[in-house]
Design a protein around this ligand. Structure first.
Ligand SMILES: Cc1cc2nc3c(=O)[nH]c(=O)nc-3n(C[C@H](O)[C@H](O)[C@H](O)COP(=O)(O)OP(=O)(O)OC[C@H]3O[C@@H](n4cnc5c(N)ncnc54)[C@H](O)[C@@H]3O)c2cc1C
Length: 307
């Protein structure tokens, strides 16, 4: 069994920040991460709003955070799958599916979230064969092709603009008659000659043989359904917290977000949470970083008997 002062679950912006703060305070720290280090940052082509860093890629920002954490002695284990959590005792213990066991006096949960899917017929069949959630990862596969972007928030508009670097045309399909995005993101999309808009409309099904070829789109007010030939779909319709493993272990709200107090304490002593998986309104790299900072400082206080 490997023992630590602080064990962090998840290596996105929140988890890596908690790792930087904890290991810099000379607390022995391990981050256990399932999936790509950097989490959702690696799905983002351009991060232009992280203070102090001129426009960068999400991947570059994640790589810098990871190096910073490691430089202070933080251990990072990637591509792990946690099979069991024991969070209630004085020593918190997690067991991986390969039998490795990690124990720590405090745990910071930072599992973040993942893009929400549309839950439509054909979606599973065409995921990776025309349906994608990541412009950075898959945009180039659609060079000179026609795409649909689903969504009306900042991510949808910004990623649609990004996709016009590859695609010949991008149509944004949004269910409302207005966007829920920052004004500058709306203006960038509206002035892009390669972008069209289909408002008050929603996708209803996907069709194709080996890969996606066609979608049906419903105009919501009239109920009229039309078909559209398309090479690819990118969906940016919000997120789901990745808290399934913690349901029943710690207190979650009705949206399955982790309930924390302002010091990022959960209902279990010694267990803290940070980032997109907690109850909050604004999900950004900067807010995840702030949560990770608070969680690490609170964990240090807990270890020093100060809370
Ligand atoms: C397309 C897109 C564009 C965006 N653009 C911007 C932007 O321009 N600016 C901005 O500020 N924000 C942007 N965001 C939001 C921002 O990326 C997130 O708010 C932030 O990165 C969340 O960080 P996090 O650490 O809370 O979670 P995540 O990034 O989700 O990281 C969580 C990590 O934990 C891992 N994990 C999950 N469950 C477990 C488990 N059980 N065990 C171990 N590991 C686990 C995951 O694999 C992941 O690596 C964007 C998001 C998306 C999807």
């Amino acid at each position: 069994m490997e023992q630590f002062d602080v064990m962090i679950i998840g290596a996105g912006a929140a988890g890596l920040t908690a790792g930087i703060y904890s290991s810099r305070s000379k607390l022995s720290t391990v981050i256990l991460n399932q999936g790509a280090i950097g989490g959702q940052m690696t799905l983002t082509n351009e991060v232009a709003n992280y203070p102090g860093v001129p426009t960068t890629t999400g991947y570059a920002l994640a790589t810098t955070m990871k190096s910073q954490a490691k430089s202070f002695g933080c251990k990072i284990k990637s591509n792990v799958k946690i099979a069991d959590y024991q969070l209630t005792g004085t020593d918190k213990v997690v067991t991986l599916d390969d039998g490795r066991v990690f124990s720590a006096k405090t745990v910071i949960l930072a599992p973040g979230g993942r893009p929400r899917s549309l839950n439509l017929p054909g979606e599973d069949q065409f995921r990776g064969k025309g349906i994608s959630f990541c412009a950075t990862c898959d945009g180039e596969f659609f060079t000179d092709k026609e795409l649909i972007v689903v969504g009306g928030g900042n991510s949808a508009l910004e990623e649609a603009v990004e996709l016009t670097k590859h695609a010949s045309k991008v149509t944004i399909v949004h269910q409302l008659d207005h966007f829920q995005a920052f004004e500058h993101a709306i203006q960038e999309a509206e002035k892009n000659p390669k972008i069209d808009f289909i408002m008050e409309s929603a996708l209803r099904s996907f069709e194709g043989k080996e890969k996606l070829e066609k979608v049906s789109v419903e105009h919501i007010p009239s109920g009229k359904v039309s078909e559209k030939n398309i090479d690819g779909i990118f969906t940016f319709i919000g997120y789901m917290p990745s808290t399934e493993p913690f349901d029943g272990l710690i207190k979650l709200n009705e949206r399955k977000e982790i309930i924390v107090d302002p010091d990022m304490r959960t209902n279990i002593p010694g267990v803290f949470a940070a980032g997109d998986s907690i109850v909050k309104k604004y999900r950004q790299v900067s807010t995840a970083v702030a949560d990770g900072t608070i969680a690490a400082l609170s964990a240090a206080d807990y270890l020093n008997g100060r809370n």
